[in-house]
Design a protein around this ligand. Structure first.
Ligand code: CAO
Length: 546
């Protein structure tokens, strides 16, 4: 067994985990990503380093990590040629020494580079030329320039991206660590580079060229500071997966994905990312190409006219508040589902008079157990019965929409409204649990959700979802299917209504149900039968014991 640790991530500290790419039991190769971390500038995949089987994942989404942190334990595949101690395959690392060299004290000390066309005679005493070099790139091999973002004559600001280089493992954005004018560009796209290679020469104001904030990896006593080295404002070389700036959009994609996109001539701006934060993975690039080849039959979303940009402040006072991470992720999931799944909602009402009487009769027992017994636990139980009777509701369509994948486990997700947004924890093997256990687990998961303590495992593996607005109100709504599940049950508020029993109107407790389903997987008649069956189960809960 071996441990996978966060490799050298330069000077970045407390970098957030934004994605878990594996679960315990997964078999991984040395290059397979285990997690994705993200600093304020970029995101990066942390690869396994060795082949094996993931035994335990020791971090969760949202955790903050620094170099050396153990993120997973791995059972090394003894039969694998790759079995070895993990090596930090992420080799682009920030330089301890800065990558900017001041090359001239005065105009006469112009850089000895034929590419330089710096007009030396215009260099005043107050100006200096500095060369931006490739920083320490660790053991990275085959590093090439993949983008040159500036031209001679450009005036760049501090932190403006100059050049992007890429190795076989990562891409790295090299920013200007000082403001100034580009007087020479020494590289072109496709050029191989090594540490210290000159990228651009800049003319900068002497004051600006003076060492700024100290390098974040400060030189030690045994490694005295080079006096002619400019301290980078932000250390160039923080291993990054480049967020290419394009108008209005940030693109998250790993080097391998970017390479694939380049090979296939795909513009990443046009690709829908299916990963967290809209991160684009290789499959998205392939799906995009497939879409283009087939006329866009497999995925939706393209060609939708954008909403107009409106300056709301023209009409009155406004405030712009950033969406929480949970809302951002939720918005992404809901939008994806809404665009990909043809939704239909089937409405019905269940007479839950007896169920409610039974639930009330358990009130004192619930109190003695220290719990509140709500209708939801009974509904979860009834759903499991209905799902077993109608397996296509406990299924998913495969990505190609060629097969229905039936699941013979019954994991019921339920929407929880939290301060940060909507989350959907999952009650595992709900069909094997009694109402008390279901009630307890729902309360526990809802509590964890509100305290933001849910782990990834708490939210994975759902086969069917329930969204209950019963405690809030309403007579019905259209929940959005939690794809790749194919159906979701919405619960509105139960009310007492006069129901005709053949001779009289009788007061009955009526629970509104709204089942949204993926019409590709389920037809209307099936949905109607499912809901009728569910209402029968809820109306006569003795059936739940059959
Ligand atoms: N009709 C009438 N009353 C209901 C009811 C219904 N359908 N469902 C629950 N209630 C009652 C409960 O019995 C409880 O009453 P008492 O306090 O008198 O015992 C009260 O409403 C509060 O219930 P609860 O919310 O604490 O518990 P729950 O099991 O019903 O629901 C949970 C738990 C987590 C689903 C809920 O708290 C929640 O977060 N709901 C919001 C889900 C949501 O946002 N959905 C929308 C998703 S789409 O944007």
């Amino acid at each position: 067994m071996t441990e996978i640790r966060i490799p050298n991530i330069g000077d970045a500290e407390n970098v957030e985990v934004i994605e878990l790419c594996v679960v315990p039991g997964d078999r991984v190769g040395p290059d397979d990503a285990i997690i994705v971390i993200e600093s304020d500038k970029a995101s990066m995949e942390v690869p396994s380093g060795v082949a094996g089987i993931i035994e335990a994942l020791l971090v969760a989404v949202g955790d903050e990590v620094t170099e050396g942190k153990v993120i997973a334990r791995l059972q090394v595949s003894v039969e694998s040629d790759d079995a070895q101690e993990p090596v930090p395959t992420q080799t682009l690392s920030p330089s301890d020494a800065a990558a900017t060299e001041e090359v001239s004290e005065t105009a006469s000390d112009a850089p000895n580079d034929t590419a330089s066309d710096a007009p030396n005679d215009t260099v005043s005493d107050a100006l200096k030329e500095v060369v931006i070099e490739v920083p320490d790139i660790g053991e990275a091999e085959d590093v090439v320039v993949i983008e040159v973002a500036v031209r001679v004559g450009d005036v760049v600001t501090l932190d403006q991206m100059l050049v992007v280089v890429e190795s076989d493992k990562a891409s790295m954005e090299i920013p200007a660590n000082v403001a100034g004018e580009i007087t020479a560009v020494h590289v072109s796209e496709g050029d191989p580079v090594i540490e210290g290679a000159r990228l651009v020469t800049m003319l900068v104001a002497e004051a600006a060229a003076a060492p700024g904030p100290p390098p974040t990896a400060a030189p030690t006593d045994s490694q005295p500071a080079r006096e002619n080295v400019l301290a980078p404002a932000k250390p160039p070389g923080t291993q990054v997966e480049v967020e290419q700036a394009s108008p209005g959009a940030r693109i998250y994609a790993g080097p391998a994905t970017r390479r694939l996109a380049r090979e296939l001539g795909v513009q990443l701006e046009q690709v829908n990312g299916s990963g967290s934060h809209g991160r684009i993975v290789k499959d998205d690039v392939k799906a995009h190409v497939k879409d283009a080849m087939t006329g866009g039959s497999t995925r939706g979303g393209s060609g939708i006219p954008p909403l107009p940009e409106i300056d709301f402040a023209k009409f009155g006072p406004i405030e712009s508040v950033a969406l929480s991470r949970i809302r951002l992720v939720g918005a992404e999931n809901l939008h994806r589902s809404w665009l990909n799944v043809p939704h239909v909602t089937q409405h019905d009402q269940a007479d839950v008079t007896e169920l409610e009487e039974f639930r009330r009769s358990l009130k004192s027992e619930a109190e003695s157990r220290g719990v509140k017994l709500t209708p939801l636990a009974f509904i979860v139980k009834a759903c499991c019965y209905a799902l077993k009777a109608f397996p296509m509701f406990n299924a998913s369509l495969d990505r190609e929409v060629k097969n229905t994948v039936y699941k013979y486990y019954y994991n019921i997700g339920f929407a929880v409204d939290t301060d940060q947004g909507l989350v959907v924890p999952v009650v595992k093997d709900a069909d094997k649990k009694g109402v008390w256990d279901l009630n307890g687990e729902i309360a526990e998961l809802a509590g964890k959700a509100r305290d933001q303590k849910l782990g990834l495992d708490d939210m994975q593996g759902g086969t069917f979802s329930i969204s209950s607005l019963g405690a809030i109100g309403g007579t019905g709504f259209t929940p959005i299917v939690n794809a790749p599940e194919v159906a979701i049950l919405g619960i509105a508020r139960l009310t007492t209504q006069p129901v005709w029993n053949g001779t009289d109107f009788e007061p009955r407790k009526v629970l509104p149900l709204s089942l949204s389903y993926d019409h590709r997987a389920i037809n209307g008649a099936e949905a109607g039968r499912f809901v009728v069956h569910l209402t029968e189960l809820l109306t006569d809960i003795r059936r739940l014991s059959l």
